[in-house]
Write a protein that binds this ligand. Structure first.
Ligand code: NAD
Length: 278
């Protein structure tokens, strides 16, 4: 079984991005990373994103607001970041606290600065198969892994478990745009195992520890594990139970070290694209 390593995909993206950045004649693409509150997940993602953007030769500025910020004040602050000409791209951590309507930043964000594809304009572009939209970074990270390992989804049966706006849905559209035959599964899917066993490529993005096992996988399947969970021992793990997977799958992504590490590289790539387009 081939281990699909995120680090290798990330270094390929780094080479592409640094070449474009060095041709920008002194302009350093700059991201705003916007966080409300102190959620540990956000803090950890923020650290990784800042590190990755710096290692790709670009800049990231962090904007932090208190958990209890009012909707009006958040709107004012977010508008200022959005309109700041020094900012090429924005990453906003979500979910936001309940006093802020999540649709507010989704509709406000300049689609050209929307690094994680939260604007309905970018969703529509991904849906329509237009090339100049920004997809959510995690969905695109899966596509980058397939591309880097020369796994062409065209004509293949791909099963995606999960239908969220962050992963499952946009990823299904990207796969469809790449000519895959896509089945989207969710909590109401009947006989999930039978559906999984039809897959040439199986993507687990449910956020459920060990929900995909070797029995869900037919010999030769490519298994992509998007899940980032914590098991009962406090260890980071995906949605795929690893025991026995090596014996059936032809290739699989590890957790950690798989999709997650490519997600921040795609974020950096989007920042470079956003700056280049401006
Ligand atoms: P979500 O909770 O919004 O969506 C989960 C989806 O999975 C839902 O559509 C649900 O219908 C489906 N689902 C849940 N349990 C299921 C089951 N038993 N059978 C079939 N379908 C089921 O989660 P999300 O934001 O899409 O994230 C999914 C996972 O991906 C999480 O573990 C999350 O931490 C991880 N994630 C990873 C990255 C990354 O960079 N690798 C980024 C975002 C999310």
């Amino acid at each position: 079984m081939i281990l699909l390593k995120g680090a290798e995909v990330s270094s390929k993206l780094k080479a592409e991005v640094t070449a474009v950045v060095s041709a920008m004649e002194g302009h350093i693409p700059t991201a705003a990373i916007v966080r409300v509150g102190e959620r540990p997940d956000d803090l950890s993602y923020e650290r990784n994103a800042m590190k990755k953007i710096a290692s790709f030769g670009m800049e990231a500025r962090s904007f932090v607001f208190p958990e209890h910020i009012s909707e009006e004040e958040f709107e004012r602050e977010f508008r200022a970041i959005n309109e700041n000409p020094e900012i090429d791209g924005i990453l906003l951590f979500r979910p936001l606290p309940s006093q802020i309507d999540s649709r507010l930043p989704e509709r406000m964000i300049d689609p050209r600065k929307d690094l994680d594809g939260i604007s309905p304009i970018n969703s529509a572009k991904i849906f329509a198969g237009e090339k100049d939209g920004f997809a959510p970074c995690t969905a695109e990270a899966v596509m980058e892994i397939l591309k880097a390992y020369e796994i062409d989804p065209a004509g293949k049966r791909v099963v995606v478990i999960g239908r969220s706006m962050v992963v499952g849905r946009p990823l299904s559209m990207l796969l469809l745009n790449a000519n895959a035959t896509v089945t989207i599964c969710h909590t109401r899917t009947k006989d999930l195992r039978a559906v999984c066993r039809e897959a040439d490529i199986l993507v687990a993005a449910a956020g459920k520890v060990g929900m995909v096992t070797a029995e869900d996988v037919l010999p030769g399947t490519v298994v992509i594990d998007v899940g980032i969970n914590v098991d009962e021992n406090g260890k980071l793990c995906g949605d795929v139970k690893w025991d026995g997977i090596e014996d059936v799958a032809s290739a699989a992504t590890p957790v950690p070290g798989g999709v997650g590490s490519v997600t921040t590289a795609v974020l950096a790539k989007h920042l470079c694209m956003a700056a280049a387009r401006r």
